[in-house]
Design a protein around this ligand. Structure first.
Ligand code: GRF
Length: 198
């Protein structure tokens, strides 16, 4: 029998992408289940969101580095994801670079949403990079996560127009509206593939 794809969501911010996923699940448009939400930020919106929807939400201390986790904290995340029997890890605004042991625990089972049309504008605040570069179009990308930052195989992209009077905030808000459609759609595609009867 077909069962929902078990997701683990990692995020550091407000959690609007996680909300989009959960709302699609609740609305019956996505055959998945968020088993656990993990954050490196104790009072993040994404952990409040988990509470709102009755999903286990856990804070994992990031450790002493700014851009990555201590290996033992990553180990803890792997343990939590395995315990929750997660099949697909979704990085939804997770602001740390993923390394070992997390990468090898979920090979081709970890995806990320990035606010640009990769390979353009990797790294932080990609919408600001697009504005500064004078682009007229940008967008968002969902890709597999591997050792290279924002560079894994691309699974889906949406384009977003840049308006002449856009501010970083207005552009990011428009990109996010596209993210909220793209990310659940890509997850639905993966769920379909992974759970297709053999
Ligand atoms: C998104 O814009 C995503 O592309 C980036 O971080 C942001 C997270 O937003 N990686 P939210 O926490 O899902 O609202």
């Amino acid at each position: 029998m077909k069962r929902p794809l078990r997701l683990g969501v990692l995020g550091s911010g407000k959690g609007s992408n996680c909300r989009a996923i959960i709302e699609k699940i609740v609305g019956g448009q996505l055959d998945a289940e968020v088993r656990i939400v993990i954050s490196d930020v104790e009072n993040s919106g994404i952990l409040k969101l988990a509470r709102e929807f009755g999903v286990p939400g856990l804070y994992v201390r990031p450790g002493r580095f700014e851009t990555r986790l201590e290996p033992e904290n990553e180990e803890e995340i792997v343990r939590l994801l395995h315990e929750a029997e997660v099949e697909l890890v979704v990085l939804a605004g997770f602001m740390r670079i993923v390394r070992q042991p997390l990468l090898s625990a979920f090979p081709r089972r970890m995806i990320n949403i990035h606010p640009s049309l990769l390979p353009k504008f990797r790294g932080r605040e990609a919408w600001k990079q697009a504005l500064r570069a004078g682009e007229r179009v940008t967008g968002c990308t969902v890709h597999y996560v591997d050792a290279a930052v924002d560079a894994g195989e691309i699974l889906g992209q949406e384009t977003v127009q840049i308006m002449p009077d856009d501010t970083p905030e207005s552009l990011h808000a428009r990109i996010q509206r596209s993210e909220h459609v793209l990310l659940p759609a890509v997850i639905a595609g993966i769920a379909e593939k992974l759970h297709r009867p053999k």
